[in-house]
Design a protein around this ligand. Structure first.
Ligand SMILES: *Cc1c(COP(=O)(O)O)cnc(C)c1O
Length: 432
């Protein structure tokens, strides 16, 4: 029997041959992880500064999480929503206790959580006898998922173009522009859907004043405010939920990525009033709310509280912001550092491509994501220590230093470049 798991060449060959080619991976495959570290098929060690894209909240191979999952798997992985599910009840209780919400619907991913939110907003007005209120305003450069309704919600044409016609009923307005919302809203508007930090398009936080005005506008006009916290939720931005940074509460919130620390899960949360948008039979899911994912979710929330992980997020975040800003002052290659908590975008000046920076950092054993032409994103596990964050700062500094001596070619990279595979191997020695 072939041992494909230890053989990178075979892994790659079979991927090219048998997997649909929608990703453009780096030249690496990982075998295992521990904390913020990942180990590739050759035993090389990397620091995971992207955490599976804001998913691995507790880091890799977290004891509490792996033991919760294995215990739960030994008891019950799945049953159906035809029955009551204790783990689902518990996670719903925890989420409602921690947030503005009164009710939760569980699904399996961010896109599904947002699909649920979109259906719920429309269902709410349908059941109120106002089915004509069915349009949703979203922001340009937003990202809400890859399903047909969520690509319609996403304010970036490139995600929709090949798949027209998409679900109708969406309008896009400039992000952080309150007047644009006022102008776009009318009697047909049922909801405004926003990320508070636009993650996929470059880590752009919403302005405080903007969010407050949008909240008030929604309340005044009887429009639902949907906040997509798929990336920002569950401690990521230094509060349990990002909306807390803005002193507002949404009517509907979606969660996914970090909620179960790596086990697939999605959640659509809302107030009691808005939950009238779904009656029996209106929505459902085979896997959503299964015991395994819900037990994992409760474990993550429990660990965040028990280990005071949110304080750690804030401590490491201020350290990273001040150190990266110091690098910005010293090296003119960085033009902007932005984000909240441990969701940070570092933008480089024209001529330095995000793909190039990702590659340089990869060579130093640092995993980051490249977004757009010139921004890299970091979203490490929330358990990252100051000492580990320091290693990242040192690596970034080394890259900037080397760049100063040996400037990269000035042809600016494109978004397409940023997804091209690179042929480099990490330099850090195997760690046994
Ligand atoms: C990742 C993401 C999604 C989509 O989540 P999937 O689990 O990939 O479907 C939706 N919204 C935001 C803000 C995201 O970051």
């Amino acid at each position: 029997m072939m041992t494909i798991d230890r053989d990178f060449a075979l892994t790659k060959e079979y991927d090219k041959k048998y997997c649909m080619q929608v990703f453009a991976p780096l030249e690496v495959a990982f075998r295992k992880g521990k904390g913020v570290y990942l180990y590739d098929t050759n035993g090389n060690k990397y620091m995971d500064m992207i955490g599976g894209i804001a998913v691995n909240t507790l880091g890799h191979n977290n004891k509490a999480l792996t033991s919760t999952i294995s215990k739960q798997a030994a008891e019950l992985i799945h049953c159906s929503n035809y029955y009551y599910i204790p783990e689902r009840s518990e996670l719903a209780f925890r989420l409602c206790t921690l947030s503005f919400a009164d009710k939760v619907f569980f699904s399996n991913s961010g896109a599904e959580a947002n699909e649920g939110a979109i259906k719920l907003a429309r269902g709410y007005f349908y059941h109120k006898g106002q089915p004509e209120k069915n349009e949703i305003i979203t922001a340009k450069m937003s990202f809400h998922g890859r399903t047909m309704a969520t690509i319609a919600a996403t304010g970036q044409e490139k995600f929709r173009t090949p798949f027209m016609p998409v679900v109708p009923g969406f309008k896009y307005v400039e992000f952080n522009d309150f007047d644009a919302i006022v102008e776009a809203a009318d009697d047909k508007t049922c909801a405004i859907m926003l990320e508070l930090v636009q993650g996929e398009s470059g880590v752009h936080p919403a302005d405080e004043d903007y969010v407050k005005k949008v909240r008030k506008f929604c309340t005044d006009k009887g429009i639902l405010l949907i906040i997509d916290e798929v990336q920002t939720g569950v401690g990521r931005t230094g509060r349990m939920f990002c909306y807390e940074n803005y002193n507002i509460t949404p009517d509907i919130m979606t969660l996914a990525k970090g909620l179960a620390g790596g086990v697939p899960i999605g959640a659509t949360l809302c107030t009691n009033e808005v939950s009238k948008g779904f009656v029996v039979g209106d929505h459902g899911s085979t896997f959503g709310g299964n015991p395994l994912a819900c037990a994992a979710g409760s474990c993550v929330l429990n660990q965040i509280a028990e280990k005071d992980i949110i304080s750690n997020v804030n401590e490491v975040s201020s350290y990273l912001f001040s150190e990266i800003q110091a690098l910005q002052d010293k090296y003119n290659s960085i033009v902007n550092v932005r984000g909240k908590g441990l969701l940070i975008g570092i933008e480089f000046r024209e001529g330095i491509s995000s793909a190039g920076m990702r590659e340089q950092l990869f060579r130093k054993g640092m995993l980051v994501s490249a977004i757009g032409r010139s921004t890299i994103r970091i979203a490490p596990p929330l358990i990252i220590t100051l000492g580990e964050a320091k290693k990242f700062v040192t690596a970034l500094k080394d890259v900037l230093k080397a760049q100063k001596k040996n400037p990269l070619p000035t042809s600016s990279g494109s978004v397409a470049d940023s997804t091209q595979p690179t042929m480099v191997m990490p330099i850090e020695a195997p760690d046994k």
